[in-house]
Write a protein of this length. Structure first.
Length: 331
C-alpha cells in the first residue's frame, strides 16, 4: 500500500517540502548569526538550536503546513483504499486535505499550545515570577506549591497522551472527519484505552518498515553503484575529461560533492541536471518512509476503532458527491 505510485508521489512532494523547510531554517539562522550554516546538513542542526532556538520556528511552521496538506492527502488516500472503496487520485486526496487543512494543521499543535500556555502562565509566571519571589508572599507560594506540582503532573500527562496518540490524529481527521477536539479525543481514547494493542501494532509495523526500507536502501545503493560504474567507464572510453564532475552525486550517502568550476558550460549544465535526477532518486527512500509511516498509522487507527467502538473496517466518511468530487454520497 505504501509504495503505490499515487502515495509515493505525494510523499516525494512532502520530502521536497521538508527539505525546503530545513533550508528556510538555515537561512533564518544564518541571517541572525555570525556563523555560516551551509549545505543544509543535519549535523549542524544542534548548533543552530543551541545558538538561536527561535530560528527553527519558521521552518517548523512551514513543515507542519506541508504535513497538513500532503500528509493529510496520503492518509486520506490510504484510508479510502484500506476501507475497500475505490482508490482516489492524488488531486482528489489533495482536495480533501485542502478542505480540512486547518484541522490537520491545528490538531497536533493544540496540546502543545495548552502545555505552553499553562507552563508559562502558571508555572513560570505565577509561581516563579510572583508567588515565590515577593517577600512574605513567597511563603504563601510555598504553601500552594502542591498545586504547582499538580499542574506539572497535568502537563506531563498531556504530553504523554500526545506522544501515545499522535499516530492516530491524522487518521481520525481523514477517516471520520473529526474536528480538532474530536480527533484528539479519539486518539487519546484509542491509545490509552488499548495501549498494549497499539504497542503491538506499532512494533509489527516498525519491524516490517525497517526490513522493507533496508531492502530498498540496498537496491538504491546497488543501482547508483552500477550506474556510476558503467557510465563513468563509458565516459572514460570516449575520452571525456573529469567524468567525476558529472557523476559526483552518484553515491547514496556521504558529504555533498563540491562542484569545481567547469570551463565547459555544457558539462556544467549536464552535471546540474544529472544531480537533480540523482537527488530525486535518493529522495524516494525517505518518501517511502513517510508513505509507510502514514499508511501504517491509518491501518492501526482502523483496527483500534473496530476493537474500541465496534465500527466496521469499511466505514469511512465520504463528502457529498458534487461535480468533480471524489466518492459516493456520504454515508
Amino acid at each position: 500500500m505504501a509504495i503505490r505510485p499515487s502515495r509515493m508521489s505525494l510523499a516525494l512532494l512532502l520530502v521536497l517540502w521538508c527539505h525546503a523547510a530545513c533550508g528556510l531554517t538555515w537561512v533564518v539562522a544564518s541571517s541572525v548569526s555570525s556563523s555560516t550554516y551551509s549545505g543544509f546538513r543535519l549535523d549542524t542542526l544542534p548548533g543552530v538550536w543551541r545558538e538561536h532556538p527561535w530560528s527553527v520556528v519558521p521552518g517548523v511552521v512551514v513543515m507542519l503546513l506541508g504535513a497538513a496538506m500532503l500528509g493529510g492527502a496520503i492518509v486520506r488516500s490510504a484510508a479510502v483504499e484500506a476501507t475497500g472503496h475505490e482508490p482516489i487520485s492524488p488531486p482528489q486526496a489533495l482536495r480533501f486535505a485542502a478542505q480540512h487543512w486547518f484541522t490537520f494543521f491545528f490538531t497536533p499543535v493544540l496540546p502543545l499550545l495548552v502545555v505552553a500556555v499553562l507552563g508559562v502562565v502558571l508555572l513560570s509566571g505565577l509561581s516563579g515570577g510572583l508567588l515565590l519571589r515577593l517577600p512574605w508572599v513567597q511563603i504563601v507560594g510555598a504553601v500552594l506549591f502542591g498545586g504547582v506540582l499538580l499542574v506539572g503532573v497535568l502537563l506531563t500527562l498531556i504530553l504523554i497522551a500526545l506522544v501515545a496518540g499522535a499516530a492516530l490524529i491524522y487518521p481520525a481527521v481523514a477517516i471520520d472527519r473529526a474536528d480538532a477536539l474530536d480527533a484528539l479525543s479519539r486518539a487519546y481514547n484509542y491509545a490509552l484505552g488499548r495501549p498494549w494493542q497499539l504497542l503491538f501494532y506499532g512494533l509489527v509495523a516498525a519491524v516490517y518498515g525497517i526490513l522493507t526500507l533496508g531492502f530498498l536502501t540496498v537496491v538504491a545503493a546497488l543501482t547508483l553503484a552500477i550506474v556510476r560504474g558503467f557510465v563513468s567507464s563509458g565516459l572514460a572510453v570516449t575520452g571525456f575529461p573529469h567524468p567525476e564532475r558529472v557523476l559526483a552525486g552518484l553515491r547514496l550517502a556521504g558529504p555533498a560533492p563540491v562542484m569545481e568550476s567547469e570551463p565547459n558550460v555544457s558539462a556544467s549544465v549536464t552535471a546540474v541536471i544529472v544531480g537533480i535526477w540523482v537527488y530525486l532518486f535518493k529522495a524516494l527512500l525517505p518518501s517511502y518512509a513517510f508513505s509507510f509511516l502514514l499508511c501504517s498509522q491509518t491501518q492501526m487507527y482502523l483496527l483500534l476503532r473496530r476493537h474500541a467502538d465496534g465500527t466496521e473496517l469499511d466505514e469511512l466518511f465520504e463528502p457529498e458527491a458534487t461535480s468533480g468530487d471524489e466518492g459516493d454520497p456520504s454515508t
